[in-house]
Ligand binder design. Structure first.
Ligand SMILES: [Zn+2]
Length: 130
């Protein structure tokens, strides 16, 4: 991965270093402690085109609805601009992800996601879209 050696600000907008933020969860060196931490790391995984992580952090009950190649294609065809976490509860996160599509048009993905803990790890289950 091209970002490993660089000190860069995390993609999720936390304003801390990628290595000290979402990368720890994407690497699997630490577990995301909350749904919003997992959600942020999944956004960073889109920004770094890490479809494996996106599949792995989708709950087993809904994983088959998500095709790894489609995730990869979608992550690569967009430019990920920023993330805004609007609100979070014990098991939900509402967020807006801003990106440029392949026509360089700004798009906003507004989602209210549900998460579930399984064996001490958080997983993305599904979301409502606005
Ligand atoms: Zn982050």
């Amino acid at each position: 991965m091209q970002y490993v050696m660089k000190q860069i600000e995390c993609f999720c907008g936390s304003q801390i270093n990628f290595n000290d933020c979402c990368k720890r969860y994407i690497d699997g060196t630490q577990k995301a402690p909350t749904p919003s931490a997992l959600m942020r790391s999944r956004y960073s995984a889109y920004a770094t085109h890490n479809a494996d992580y996106l599949v792995a952090t989708t709950h087993i009950s809904t994983r088959k609805q998500h095709n790894k190649k489609d995730i990869l294609d979608w992550s690569q065809s967009n430019q990920w601009i920023k993330l805004e976490v609007l609100q979070a509860t014990d098991n939900t996160v509402e967020f807006k992800a801003f990106y440029l599509d392949c026509q360089m048009q700004m798009q906003i993905h507004h989602e209210h996601s549900t998460f579930k803990m399984e064996d001490g790890k958080w997983f993305y289950v599904d979301g409502e879209f606005y």
